[in-house]
Design a binder for this molecule. Structure first.
Ligand SMILES: [Ca+2]
Ligand SMILES: [Ca+2]
Length: 252
């Protein structure tokens, strides 16, 4: 019953958020009650949420993984952060074994398709041209409802301790927000733009293949360059950052 209610609420939220009559249904919820939606453009089931603290805690507890908490408070529904690329992959493997399903991260190319970019896949991620006019949330102007970015709420809290340019608007959250605090995008995905950067599968710098990729912007992202949908954050596979989490895909 609770699962049905959750699906109904998500459907209503997606409906209200889009302002359109497009029907976005949660295809299924897994054993951690992570809701997935079928996204036709990439032929996959994509989790509507960034992986949450409570999801990742289940993995950390089961595998006795040491997991460093951030310097700011988070609810169980906030996105899991301080998770490396390797650990995000390990979460997918653990969950897949537990449920006899196949989970993985989105690929860098899939992310671009979901962001509405028409990139040439033969061009390396670090050579892709900037998507001028297309931001993580699309072509609409920046507003406080497009997602959780580096805004005045961030500025008020970190003004003396963090050297960043913040946006002249207040989205209400200085650091991470509980997933689903902002409207879903046209695919039914929450926080695809902002909140936390998300690890994607692929190499930033082929053929050297030394760095992994994060996409989508985060509560620490405020510069014009980092708000473009084409922007990739290059990071080592084993780094732990308090603005980086991940989103998973289910293949079966
Ligand atoms: Ca914010
Ligand atoms: Ca995100």
């Amino acid at each position: 019953m609770q699962g049905k209610l959750t699906a109904l609420v998500l459907l209503m939220l997606a409906h209200c958020a889009s302002g359109q009559t497009a029907k976005i249904e949660t295809a299924f919820s897994n054993s951690l009650e992570m809701p997935f939606v079928k996204v036709a453009s990439i032929g996959a089931l994509v989790c509507r949420y960034e992986t949450r603290v409570k999801d990742y805690q289940s993995f950390a507890t089961a595998t006795i993984l040491e997991w460093r908490k951030p310097d700011f408070p988070q609810t169980p529904d906030d996105p899991a952060i301080n998770v490396s690329f390797a650990e995000a992959q390990a979460f997918c493997e653990w969950l897949g074994k537990k449920e006899d399903r196949k989970y993985r991260l989105l690929t860098d190319q899939e992310w671009s398709v979901l962001a509405g970019l028409q990139e040439k896949p033969e061009i390396a991620p670090n050579q892709q041209p900037p998507s001028m006019g297309i931001h993580h949330w699309g072509k609409a102007p920046l507003s406080k409802t497009v997602g959780n970015f580096c805004d005045e709420a961030f500025g008020k809290k970190y003004r003396n301790s963090y050297d960043a340019k913040w946006l002249e608007m207040d989205d209400g959250y200085p650091d991470t927000a509980p997933v689903g605090s902002y409207p879903a995008d046209a695919n039914g995905l929450f926080d695809f733009a902002g909140n936390v950067w998300e690890w994607v599968d692929g190499w930033y710098d082929p053929p050297k293949n030394t760095l992994r990729i994060v996409r989508g912007g985060a509560f620490r992202a405020g510069s014009e360059k980092r708000l473009l949908a084409s922007f990739r954050g290059p990071d080592p596979y084993n780094v732990h950052l308090d603005s980086v989490g991940f989103r998973i895909v289910c293949e079966k």
